[in-house]
Ligand binder design. Structure first.
Ligand code: AP5
Length: 193
């Protein structure tokens, strides 16, 4: 099993690159943002609660997203590996993910962390907000709150994996294809069966 975390601040290109990576490597894509937006679209109680939090640019409680990831792992017993996008986002989520994978005698192979300047992140998200329909993209105040949550609560997740020598920083500015090539190179070096 090959398990990868695609890491980086809001707007760094995790979703864009995930689409290409899952097509190339046949991994199962697990995006907590996408799972939460599905709950919102279905108007479930969880979705309604999550929407209020997401619209403020804050993180949804750990137990909610850990529960979603636990269910998704159990629902895909034959997956050859997982690409985690937007998860883990706190130390508690990272610890929980390690524990869940250990139950399956698996672990995280590598964290690929996309490095993009704040100016570029805000520019990309405001541009996407013109057409995406994502309410958390339309307002610069909310975009900056998401980036602040990233610095305050999420950046430390890279420190957690760095102690196991699992983090590789990738330049996340430039063409989508060049960034994809850099990510693929790192995966190929580690995914030799
Ligand atoms: P989530 O859905 O995870 O969003 P995010 O982290 O804010 O990331 P984005 O989807 O905005 O950006 P991305 O890095 O995927 O970049 P993308 O490829 O889309 O989370 C949303 C909310 O859900 C959170 O705020 C939180 O409330 C909640 N949540 C989710 N997971 C949670 C968790 N684990 N715990 C707690 N709460 C959680 O690209 C962005 C834009 O840039 C696109 O328009 C794209 O076309 C463009 N772009 C991409 N690459 C390039 C490039 N190389 N050059 C120019 N433009 C580019």
């Amino acid at each position: 099993m090959f398990n990868l975390i695609l890491f980086g601040p809001p707007g760094s290109g995790k979703g864009t690159q995930s689409e290409k990576l899952i097509a190339k490597y046949g991994l199962k894509h697990l995006s907590t943002g996408d799972l939460l937006r599905s709950e919102i679209a279905a108007k479930t109680p969880l979705g309604l609660e999550a929407k209020n939090i997401m619209d403020k640019g804050q993180l949804v409680p750990d137990e909610v997203v850990i529960g979603m990831i636990s269910s998704a792992l159990d629902a895909n017993p034959t997956a050859k590996g997982f690409l985690f996008d937007g998860f883990p986002r706190t130390g508690a989520q990272a610890q929980a993910l390690d524990n869940l994978l250990e139950l399956k005698e698996a672990s995280i192979n590598v964290m690929l962390a996309l490095d993009v300047s704040e100016k570029e992140l805000v520019k990309r998200l405001l541009k996407r907000g013109e057409t995406s329909g994502r309410s958390d993209d339309t307002n610069e105040h909310v975009i900056r709150a998401r980036i602040t949550e990233y610095h305050n609560k999420t950046a430390i997740v890279a420190e957690y994996y760095r102690q196991f020598n699992k983090v590789v920083l990738i330049k996340g500015e430039g063409s989508v294809d060049d960034i994809f090539a850099a990510l693929s190179k790192e995966i190929d070096e580690r995914n030799k069966e």
